[in-house]
Design a protein around this ligand. Structure first.
Ligand code: UT7
Length: 353
């Protein structure tokens, strides 16, 4: 499904109490939105492949060859979801030149805030010193950050908020089994934040997003909490992934979605400067780039090599590294595409802040 301009208009009649005045339910402000600043947090501890293979029958060579990962980051006890989020958010605010008190929306994409309720977003808002913003979490796994950017874009264009922090944050090391051969070497921790706000020219293209619930079980928490507590010796439920099937789906289906996002932005693939796919596997990235026939000049994010797969945090972390290393500069056109559990996906073209 492609969402272009959001135009909500209704005449809003009521049957029981006719009124002479017409309600104004129209929300077309004509505002444009853009990413105004990015911020990230990488946990301190760097974990090499030699450490993760201790509990799985694997090798440094296999992991590098099959995924591209050399090292990843695992958060320490003090590097909580809230801590990493506020650190990334403060950096995004600083880079955008916006005060926390100007933020009227916080959207946190995560699957590893392990308190069922409340959401972590209001706590982050309070720690940042924001002034009672709308604050909620979304669960779209690895696609969550791109969902958040799309929601923020639509909210700003509709006039329901002005400055929105979109945060992608994970502590996947808490919910990954160190002895699961299919996931132990992949998942990692970190946070990224984007401050989305008003802009004279649109900086966020139409989102192409959707889901495939037929593939619900391909990446999932192994059992639900009721089954966990019913166990005689409960253990932390972990993520499980049917990697090869997800790999095939991502490589073929996501190439079409990526192309749709470029088309929806009204540009050609050759107009892109930067390609920032979800950092799931370097071989998926290569397949997508080939399928899209990305020209040589388009720089491609490879953050996974030193950071692992951080789910909702992977795209902002990858884009921030490209900015740091001079591979992406302000004003560049970047294609972001994220995909994962659900299966869920979202893609859009954005201007690099
Ligand atoms: O972030 C959400 C979205 N996630 C993704 O998009 C991830 C998609 N999937 C993948 O990235 C890949 O499927 C993995 C990197 C997880 C696995 O790579 P693969 O090439 O798909 O491996 P496979 O499961 O097809 O297994 C190939 C071989 C098998 O051996 P045989 O049967 O060929 O002898 C496995 O037993 O590799 C073996 N294998 C391993 N060997 C060493 C599987 N896992 C490992 C391992 N170490 N950890």
């Amino acid at each position: 499904m492609t969402t272009g301009t959001t135009t909500v208009s209704t005449t809003g009649t009521t049957a029981s109490s006719p009124s002479t005045s017409q309600p104004n339910l129209s929300q077309t402000t004509g505002n444009s939105a853009a990413i105004l600043g990015l911020g990230i947090y990488r946990p301190r501890r760097i974990v090499p492949n030699s450490e993760v293979i201790e509990e799985i029958d694997s090798s440094d060579e296999w992991i590098q060859q099959r995924s591209g990962i050399k090292t990843r980051r695992f958060a320490g006890p003090d590097e909580t979801v809230q801590f990493m989020s506020t650190a990334a958010a403060r950096q995004a605010l600083g880079n955008a030149g916006v005060e926390a008190t100007q933020v009227d929306g916080i959207i946190v994409a995560t699957i590893s805030h392990l308190l069922q309720t409340p959401a972590i977003a209001p706590a982050i808002a309070a720690e940042l010193g924001a002034d009672k913003p709308v604050a909620f979490d979304i669960s779209a796994a690895c696609a969550g950050f791109c969902h958040g950017v799309a929601l923020a874009n639509d909210m700003i264009r509709a006039g329901s908020a002005r400055h929105i922090l979109v945060i992608g944050v994970e502590r996947l090391s808490d919910i990954t089994s160190r002895s699961d051969r299919g996931t132990a070497f992949i998942f990692a921790d970190g946070a990224g934040a984007a401050l989305v706000g008003p802009s004279q020219t649109p900086g966020i293209g139409p989102v192409v997003w959707g889901s495939d619930g037929e593939r619900f079980d391909l990446i999932r928490q192994i059992e639900d909490w009721r089954d966990v507590v019913a166990d005689e010796a409960p253990t932390m439920p972990h993520l499980t992934m049917q990697g090869a099937e997800v790999f095939r789906w991502a490589s073929f289906e996501m190439a079409k979605v990526a192309q749709e996002a470029v088309d929806a932005a009204g540009i050609a693939t050759a107009d892109l400067d930067v390609f920032v796919p979800h950092q799931a596997n370097n071989r998926i990235t290569d397949t997508l780039a080939r399928a899209m026939k990305l020209p040589e000049h388009v720089r491609i994010a490879r953050d996974i090599v030193d950071q692992g797969n951080t789910s909702a945090a992977s795209i902002p972390l990858a884009l921030a590294r490209m900015i740091e290393e001079g591979e992406a500069k302000s004003g560049d056109l970047a294609l972001m595409i994220a995909f994962g559990a659900g299966l869920s996906y979202a893609a859009q073209v954005v201007r690099v802040p």
